[in-house]
Write a protein that binds this ligand. Structure first.
Ligand code: SF4
Length: 161
């Protein structure tokens, strides 16, 4: 109820932009679904933009038109949500997609990444994902990849998939 009250307070001023950081965490899926639908309706009615921050890939697939994938504090991939989900080109995004089950697709073993997220006070040199990446090369260990536009699908990777 507190979360719903906060969401209602945020929307009462009819903002142009709402930044929603894990707004439905800890809610059961039925309440979560109801809130997400209400948010979508209000968003359409008020013609407002929303930045939705979440670890829940299923929610991101439901609420967003475009998405950015962050690793160690940096956006590593950005593009249309449907495109990023169907054709991730950054190895971290690809690993994320392989780490949760598909209800309709083929059954597969869920992927787990080796290692731990980096210490952000002393991040790895080069690409921050390089200690955990199966595609890492010497260049990845020394040079930070810039984020590059590939026909509206952006990725920061020296060896995009
Ligand atoms: S830049 Fe290299 S280490 Fe980083 S994600 Fe791409 S292939 Fe992996």
């Amino acid at each position: 109820m507190k979360q719903r009250a906060i969401i209602a307070m945020a929307l009462a001023c009819e903002p142009d932009l709402v930044i929603a950081d894990e707004p439905t965490t800890a809610l059961d899926v039925i309440v979560q679904d109801r809130i997400l639908r209400e948010l979508r309706e209000i968003q359409t009615r008020l013609n407002m933009s929303m930045i939705y921050i979440s670890h829940d890939m299923a929610v991101i697939a439901e609420v967003s038109d475009v998405m950015g994938v962050m690793y160690a504090g940096k956006i590593v991939e950005f593009g249309a949500t449907s495109e990023v989900f169907s054709h991730p080109i950054h190895p971290y995004s690809s690993a994320l997609m392989s780490a949760f089950p598909s209800i309709t697709g083929e059954k597969h073993d869920l992927l787990t990444l080796p290692g731990e997220p980096p210490d952000l006070t002393d991040p790895p040199e080069g690409c921050r994902f390089n200690p955990r990446c199966a595609y890492a090369t010497d260049q990845c260990r020394t040079e930070e990849p810039p984020i590059v536009d590939r026909d509206g699908h952006w990725a920061a990777c020296w060896n995009p998939l």
